[in-house]
Design a protein around this ligand. Structure first.
Ligand code: CUA
Length: 401
């Protein structure tokens, strides 16, 4: 291996390439890498968070380096094929080359430096996006097959102005007066521009992965653990939320989608222009549904059913649901043939049982995938009898084919 540095074989290869060509090649590599890196916004979705700017910059640097290396390697390959091809009648061998310590040192050192720089840069970006800001809005996220549910809290400090305390149910008023928080659920994540958000995520069943491509943030949701993730939106708008872990037949329904009518179905992140707009258009109206529940059980049930993760799996036109993993709820109150199959006397009894014990009778063609909703608060998937009665009262109004 220890050959004299300038054997005639090595000088022969480079003698034909002048300095001008080397400089021109260098310029093509750098400019080409730069042009390739400009593709970043076309490759990635709209950058909607402070974190996405950091990540996109890192991605752009990586694309520049890999683009330059691509042009270098492919350029040398093309050059070799054209310049050193066998001419007509040339039956000779190539020159015997026994190694070049300088070259080997250079092609080991340069990648080592690139990898080291990228590792440090990536670590700095990772540390920044893993920061949990003190002033963050905190939202609970529950993943289950096949929907996301977002849990918001309210204490006496968060109540709408001009509250009519006389209309608030006693138990809720007592909780608030004790200084404790009340909570409500919603199928979308709402926040506002420049407000850091920290989500605490749990799963009711298998592993899911909570991904907001526009925020460039993704985190697995694991059984028996609470995982967290923070981001700060920098522009208002709507951003898709996606489940990025195959979790069963309805996995695709855990992603936000736009219906034929242009409505947003499934999970979406809605970023309002200001805190005021967030409070007026989302937080106060949703909170008021809990603070001033309707007395009509049908209206109450229509409200309550939307707080449970039913929309991912069922179709219910009245609420714009289009899920196909579970039986259709349109016209469910008219499917009296199920009474013969289950032995119940009334549709009310059948509907109660199908929520408390969904596996006891399966509508033909559907699998045993639905959560069992329990009447005791210490069980997972708690649904009080009062909610169940209201939800059944509402479902009994769903008649037709
Ligand atoms: Cu949840 Cu895929």
């Amino acid at each position: 291996m220890n050959l004299p540095k300038s054997s005639h074989n090595q000088t022969q290869g480079s003698a034909g390439i002048s300095l001008v060509w080397v400089i021109a090649g260098g310029v093509i590599i750098v400019v080409g890498g730069f042009l390739i890196s400009l593709l970043t916004p076309a490759i990635l979705p709209r950058a909607g968070s402070a974190q996405s700017v950091l990540i996109d910059n890192l991605f752009q640097v990586m694309l520049f380096i890999s683009g330059a290396i691509f042009i270098l390697v492919e350029g040398l390959l093309l050059l070799s094929v054209l310049r050193y091809r066998a001419r007509k009648g040339d039956r000779g061998d190539g020159p015997p080359i026994y190694g070049n310590a300088t070259l080997e040192l250079v092609w080991t050192l340069i990648p080592a430096i690139i990898v080291a720089v990228l590792s440090i840069y990536s670590f700095v970006v990772w540390s920044q996006i893993e920061t949990r800001p003190d002033n963050a809005q905190e939202v609970g996220v529950v993943g289950q097959r096949f929907a996301w549910t977002f849990n918001y809290e309210a204490t006496t400090d968060d109540l709408p102005p001009n509250m009519d305390m006389s209309r608030v149910p006693e138990d809720i008023a007592a909780t608030l007066n004790n200084g404790e928080a009340i909570s409500f659920s919603y199928p979308q994540l709402h926040t506002w521009v420049n407000q850091p958000v920290t989500v605490s995520m749990e799963t009711q069943d298998v592993i899911h992965s909570f991904w907001i491509p526009g925020m460039r943030m993704k985190q697995d949701v694991l059984s028996g653990r609470v995982t967290t993730m923070s981001f700060t939106p920098i522009e208002s708008g709507v951003f898709r939320i996606v489940c990025a872990e195959l979790c069963g037949g309805g996995h695709g329904e855990m992603a936000g989608r736009v219906t034929e009518d242009g409505d947003l179905a499934g999970a979406w992140l809605i970023v309002h222009a200001s805190e005021q707009e967030y409070l007026e258009q989302f937080y106060y109206p949703e909170l008021e549904k809990i603070l001033y529940p309707p007395e009509d059980p049908v209206l109450l049930g229509r409200q309550e059913i939307q707080n449970y993760p039913c929309s991912g799996c069922h179709t219910l036109s009245d609420l714009g649901w289009t899920g196909t993993t579970g039986p259709i709820l349109d016209g469910v109150a008219s499917r009296t043939a199920r009474l013969d199959a289950t032995g119940f006397a009334t549709m009310s009894e059948y509907l109660h049982d199908s929520i408390r014990q969904p596996g006891a009778y399966l509508v033909p063609g559907f699998n045993n995938l639905m959560l069992q909703f329990n009447p005791e608060p210490d069980h997972a998937n708690y649904m009080p009898d009062s909610d169940l009665d209201a939800i059944v009262a509402y479902l009994l109004t769903q008649t037709g084919n």
